[in-house]
Write a protein that binds this ligand. Sequence first.
Ligand SMILES: [Zn+2]
Length: 194
Amino acid sequence: MADLVPLEMNFCRRCGKPSKPAADYPSRYDCENGHYVYLKPAPTVAIFFVTPENNVLLSVRGIEPFKGMLDGFGGFLDGKETFEHAAVRELEEEASLGPEAYEPLRYLTSSTALYPYQGENLPVLTVSYWTRLKAGYEVTPADDSAGVKSVPLAEIDLASISADDTRAGIQVLQATLLSNEVERDTNVGTNNRS
Ligand SMILES: [Zn+2]
C-alpha cells in the first residue's frame, strides 16, 4: 500500500494538456485551458448476511487486492446501475442467490476506502446493506468470491477485514444488531418462523 500513488490525472481528458491538482481545491485537477476535472470515488456496494445466531457470512476474497481477506459480498456498480440493482446482481454473481433467497436489503451506512488498482489508490464510496437468508437457502461462493466464512458478529477481528469501507459497515452492523437486545430477539424470532 505504501508504494501506491494517489489517483493519477496527468492529462486533461478534454484537451489533452497536462493537468495538475488545483492549489486551493485538492480533489480538482486543472489544465492550462481552464478545464476542471473533479476526482470522484467509484461507487461500490457491500452486503452482509446475518444468521439467526448473529453470525455474519463474509466472503473470502478470491482476487487481488486483499486476496484471502474477508469482505462483504458485492463490488463496483456498472454503468447506470443503482446501489440496489448492483447489490442484486452481485449477490447472483458472487453468492449464487436470487432476491427470492433473502429478506429485503436493509441499509447500513456509506463509507469510503482506497482500493489499490494498477499501481494507484482508487477512492471508492461503498453503500452497505445487511439481510438474512430465508429458510432453505445458502451462500454458494462464485466469481470474485473464493469462499464463505461464518464469524460471530460480536467477535469479528477487524484486522482480517479487507479495507476501511467494509470495516465501517461491520461496525455499524454491530451497533445495529448487538446493542439492542429487544431488536435482536425480534429478528431471531421472525427468522425462525419462516
Ligand atoms: Zn483541458
